[in-house]
Design a protein. Structure first.
Length: 58
C-alpha cells in the first residue's frame, strides 16, 4: 500500500494533501497467517487525526 496513511497532522492541511504517516499497526504471530483474511485503512472516514484500520481474521 503506497501513499495510504492512517494519521495526519491537523496543521498545514496535511490530510487534504495526503501527507501523513502510517502509524497504526496490527502485529500478529506466524501462527495466525492462515487465519488472516484482509487488512484495510479507511481513509474515507473522518472525525479524528487518525482513521480506522481494520484486520479481518477468520
Amino acid at each position: 500500500m503506497k501513499d495510504i496513511y492512517s494519521w495526519w497532522s491537523y496543521r498545514f492541511k496535511t490530510r487534504e494533501k495526503n501527507a501523513g504517516w502510517r502509524i497504526d499497526y496490527f502485529i500478529t504471530s506466524e501462527r495466525m497467517d492462515d487465519r488472516l483474511v484482509s487488512a484495510a485503512i479507511h481513509t474515507e472516514i473522518f472525525g479524528s487525526d487518525h482513521c480506522p484500520v481494520e484486520l479481518c481474521i477468520a
